[in-house]
Design a protein around this ligand. Structure first.
Ligand code: ATP
Ligand code: FE2
Length: 329
């Protein structure tokens, strides 16, 4: 039984997994009425909630701490103060229980949890706040086939939402507004090969909003149609290039029903299978860390308390998906 801790950004999550089965998935997220994430405040949130979230996860799973065989945690990428809270929490628990730590890459965990839906060797469209990547396994590594050249699609949506006074997170609010419109206003469409960029579209949208000539519903609708089409186009190219037949969604933006619909249509048209885990597994969560951690643990990744490695174990705020050595497949 593996316990997983997620703390890379706004969410503190604890998940418990045994043999690929989810026993608990508990989380609490730092949110704001206006303005974006303040990393130190998010870290404070994680510290404050660690005890409560842990207890709740144990209750949900119906287990006690002594049943836990290892502690997996998100080592990176993410916001340093938040990652630090996570690794301290993980080390404290590992020492208390005298069980090993298993460091997990957050992005890889978004991909691996897709396997819970039955996908075996998918292309992942990973669309979250800070990250936007098209990832697939090839030649011993998870490789990034396409990615954003500037900001993540979630941050892009959140920034625009904040500009319009909608608060954080903006994704669900923009989706709600978009559902009230069918009026497409042309926006820049920015894709180069399999890479995408959002800053030009951002500038344009802000200008349009400030001009007061457009309805926010129409701008929200056009935003979704444009940037989701870019993500789907890039995913389709990756499917064609890798000759893989499965697409998995991951990341908070993948909760968007319009993005899911577009992905489904594209997959159907090219005879690929579409998978999206439950929303509770798409957003940041401790369960994907426990789930991936269990695979690593079974492959021999165990950092025992008292070892030099344990003392030295640190966060990796800028760790890249393709830096990860994949020894569990
Ligand atoms: P990561 O650390 O992996 O980059 P993250 O920390 O930003 O991710 P996630 O929980 O994966 O966290 O994603 C949060 C993002 O998802 C936010 O930008 C939020 O606006 C967006 N989001 C959530 N629901 C929706 C939705 N229905 N439509 C669009 N975006 C959404
Ligand atoms: Fe994430």
């Amino acid at each position: 039984m593996i316990l997983g801790i997620e703390s890379t950004a706004h969410t503190l999550g604890v998940g418990i997994v045994k043999n690929g089965k989810i026993l608990a998935n508990v989380k609490d997220s730092y949110t704001t009425e206006r303005g974006g994430i303040i990393p130190l405040d998010a870290a404070k949130h994680h510290k404050e909630f660690s005890g409560i979230i842990l207890s709740k996860a144990l209750v949900d799973a119906g287990v006690s701490l002594k049943d836990i065989k290892a502690i997996a945690f998100s080592q990176g990428p993410g916001l340093s103060p938040c990652l630090l809270e996570g690794v301290m929490f993980a080390k404290k628990l590992a020492l208390e229980l005298n069980v090993p730590l298993v460091p997990v890459n957050h992005c890889v965990a978004h991909l691996e949890i897709g396997k819970i839906t039955g996908a075996r060797d998918p292309v992942l469209l990973y669309a979250s706040g800070a990250n936007t990547q098209i990832i697939a396994y090839s030649g011993g590594k998870y490789r990034v086939f396409g990615e954003t050249l500037d900001i993540g699609v979630g941050n892009f949506i959140d920034t625009f939402a904040r500009h319009c006074g909608l608060g954080f997170p903006g994704g669900p609010k923009i989706q709600e507004l978009a559902s009230k419109s069918k009026n497409y206003i042309e926006l820049p469409y920015s894709i180069k090969g399999m890479d995408v960029s959002f800053s030009g579209i951002q500038t344009k949208l802000k200008q349009m909003f400030d001009s007061k000539k457009y309805k926010l519903e129409d701008l929200s609708f056009s935003l979704q149609e444009t940037v989701f089409a870019m993500l789907i186009e890039s995913s389709e190219r990756a499917l064609a290039h890798t000759e893989k037949k499965e697409l998995v969604l991951g990341g908070g933006v993948a909760c968007n029903t319009r993005l899911q619909e577009m992905a489904k249509i594209m997959c159907k048209e090219r005879g690929a299978k579409f998978y999206a885990p439950d929303n509770s597994l798409l957003v940041d969560n401790g369960t994907m860390i426990a789930f991936t951690g269990e695979m690593l643990f079974k492959a021999g990744v165990k950092i025992k308390p008292g070892s030099k490695e344990f003392e030295k174990l640190d966060i990796l705020p800028r760790q890249r998906t393709d830096d990860v050595i994949v020894n569990w497949r």
